[in-house]
Design a protein around this ligand. Sequence first.
Ligand code: ACO
Length: 433
Amino acid sequence: MKKTDIKATITFSDGSPSVELPVYKGTVGPDAIDIRSLYNTNQKLCFDPGFMATASCESTITYIDGERGELMYRGYPIEQLAVKSDFMEVCHLLLRGELPNTVEKDAFIKELRQYSMVHEQMQFFFRGFRRDAHPMAVLVATVGALSAFYHDSRDVSDEEHRESSALRIVATMPTLVSMAYKYSIGQPFVYPRHELSYSANFLRMMFSTPMEDYKINDVLVRALDRIMILHADHEQNASTSTVRIAGSSGANPFACIAAGIASLWGPLHGGANEATLAMLQEIGTVDKVPEFIQHVKNRTGGVRLMGFGHRVYKNYDPRATLMRETCHEVLNELGLKDHPLFKVALEIEKYALDDDYFVARKLYPNVDYYSGIVQSALGIPTAMFTGLFAMARTVGWISQWKEMISDPEHRIARPRQLYTGAARRDVKPIGDR
Ligand code: ACO
């Protein structure tokens, strides 16, 4: 963070003295006013529910420019990372700050692999759930349970412990997510295989059975790898901020990631691709699209075009363009080009991109518009979509957690409030109330 000569002056109409505050510059993006002294000097707080204009931390990991439709991990544009690297390279980049060379990449993969199997006792946790438990409920609990198993990496003030926890959680997530799926369909758990890539290994753990091994298809593996890359981090969103806040007290890292998964579970955050697929299924056929678009424009029953629009990206979502490309590749590979859902999706896209209602409001397809179709073509059931999102985002969460702990300015997160409840009053004896 760079101090500047710029100062922000706040004046008050209640006679309080005005205050001059320092302004910091990032590498790119908006400047930030340092308001930390405001309460001590003026007994005033800033009011910003939902953090609409608050930089909660300094970070070097991810940058988003919503107006320009830009997303960068450690300065590299997502468009380049998606075509010139794979998920393991992106994990190295997020966790360690740089893209690896070949030797570093091989060493990193080797390090990760040693953590890919979970403690055998973990399966008893799974067996305690009802068969129809939502996979996200299972994931919140089982990731949290990791904190009870791995005492060797418990000291968050020790850099080596932090690193081994980070590697363990990234390596373990595919195993836990696939175990949640296998448990839900009553099939035996499949153990990880070291000779396979991260994404190929995951697909095998999801779809192999004792009777038939999963046949690895490079196009599908690449598609999953791209989903992982595109969802790996997204700066200070709800789940990432949750991980940081939980971790700011020095809590166990696995428990912090479990908190992040709980936050991601919400339909306003990780659940949008599930909602998009449900919408496409409800529309069903291309001839129903015009009527549906009309309902959206008339706001009949508050219906929205799921997978369109984004709080931050107001011109386009750069991840959507890449995911659209993957969608075409996967459906071609599987001979599903004429799949009715995909036809409906393309028809909606055509209508919406030409229609004044959507153009005027800058509503474009977001990454989730296509990722649900891709996942469904890969054979991933809808209830698992958010679990895959969690698997991809884990490396972002844990990188942000590591960054926070090693930041000398980090303190326990403790927001204040604007209290509007009753003023001080006395408790009357119960008979007088
Ligand atoms: N369909 C139809 N109209 C929409 C949509 C949509 N998907 N999104 C926004 N609008 C309209 C609103 O009705 C509003 O119109 P008005 O100004 O005439 O009242 C205008 O566009 C602005 O909408 P806001 O709700 O203010 O936009 P906001 O930035 O708060 O919402 C959000 C962003 C939540 C993503 C919204 O666009 C939405 O609900 N989209 C559908 C859900 C979705 O796809 N979410 C995934 C986001 S990506 C991700 O999480 C990885």
